[in-house]
Design a protein around this ligand. Structure first.
Ligand SMILES: NC(=O)c1ccc[n+]([C@@H]2O[C@H](COP(=O)([O-])OP(=O)(O)OC[C@H]3O[C@@H](n4cnc5c(N)ncnc54)[C@H](O)[C@@H]3O)[C@@H](O)[C@H]2O)c1
Length: 154
């Protein structure tokens, strides 16, 4: 991990924050890509205070263009990206009968489309810098298998 630049989307809180702290402790330079500037800044400060390397790029990962701009900004700053860890996510809790179409679209835009947008190559010039790295999405939402319930079986 030493001096490898690893992007962590959603690194400002929760799973992403824990992963940022762990990566920095292993010597990585952590690029925190988050929509919340205060949260991302606090994680950068915490990493720097313990002698690690981190910086934040603030924005929204839900569209191709915005995600491309964010990844492009990391590449501009760091020269190369060695890995991507997708942690940005939302979990709006509502009783099922109150969930609107807009709620579904919002959740899918972050939890599902966001995985794709942040992995998609921002521009032809960025291809060589991203290729060869690895990416992971340590979240259950997009990959959780659908379990059949007794009602579904009937
Ligand atoms: N925490 C858990 O134990 C757990 C377990 C299983 C699944 N999950 C899922 O993992 C995801 C993250 O959970 P968490 O507990 O770390 O949540 P969290 O709210 O603590 O952190 C999510 C981070 O993503 C950022 N974010 C949200 N939308 C964004 C966007 N559009 N662009 C950029 N950044 C954005 C937030 O600002 C925040 O910093 C959620 O979808 C959650 O349902 C969490």
């Amino acid at each position: 991990m030493k001096d490898q630049t690893i992007i962590v989307t959603g690194g400002g809180s929760g799973l992403g924050k824990a992963i940022c702290l762990g990566l920095a402790a292993e010597g990585a330079k952590v690029a925190i890509l988050d929509i919340d500037p205060a949260a991302a800044g606090a994680v950068v400060a915490e990493i720097e205070a313990s002698g690690g390397k981190a910086f934040s790029v603030i924005g929204d990962i839900t569209t191709r263009d915005s995600a491309a701009g964010l990844v492009g900004a990391v590449i501009e700053k760091s020269g190369r990206v060695h890995g991507l860890c997708n942690c940005a996510g939302v979990y709006p809790r509502k009783p099922i009968l109150e969930i609107s179409d807009a709620d579904w679209d919002f959740s899918f835009s972050v939890n599902v489309r966001g995985l794709y947008t942040s992995r998609s190559r921002p521009s032809p010039t960025c291809r060589p810098t991203v290729a060869g790295g690895s990416s992971t999405s340590p979240r259950s939402t997009p990959s959780r298998p659908i379990r059949r319930t007794p009602t579904m079986r009937r």
